[in-house]
Ligand binder design. Structure first.
Ligand code: FES
Length: 147
């Protein structure tokens, strides 16, 4: 085999080897690199529209990639919190019968200010600000992270 043919084959083998190694290493590195946390970039979301909630009801919405809960109290006041239970991260829900936020996982209860009032949750729910974009049916209700 002449030397130019041998060099060409060595080059071809080298390029193929680098390509094969890259096709293995890249997916492994991609898998090991944590994804960008979309949650950090989310400062506010439209959680509902006026008229969607009735007094003494709640709604789960997405705050970035995590759940939030919007509540309309019996007096028609809106309150919003993270819907992630501070015990073991289950999603909480609104219980209109007892007018509290309730976690079904271990029977944790939070009052309408997000304060943990019974059960195992060790601290209050993270609370959000609520901003009305209008008073008419269909106007947006925006929930904002507190600064
Ligand atoms: S996860 Fe909510 S009470 Fe345990």
């Amino acid at each position: 085999m002449d030397s130019s043919r041998r060099s060409f084959l060595n080059l071809l083998l080298g390029v193929t080897g680098v390509g094969a190694l890259g096709s293995i290493v890249y997916p492994v590195l991609k898998y090991l690199t944590p994804p960008q946390n979309a949650e950090q970039s989310v400062a506010s979301v439209v959680a509902a529209t006026v008229g969607e909630l009735k007094p003494n009801s709640g709604k789960i919405f997405k705050f970035g990639n995590k759940p939030g809960i919007l509540i309309m109290t019996q007096n028609g006041e809106y309150r919003a919190f993270s819907a992630i239970c501070t015990h073991l991260n289950c999603t909480v829900q609104y219980d209109p019968e007892i007018q509290q936020i309730w976690c079904a996982c271990h029977n944790g209860h939070f009052d309408l200010f997000g304060k943990n009032v019974s059960g195992p949750p060790p601290k209050p729910l993270e609370s959000f600000d609520v901003e009305m974009k209008g008073e008419n049916v269909g106007d947006e209700i925006v929930v904002l992270r507190r600064s």
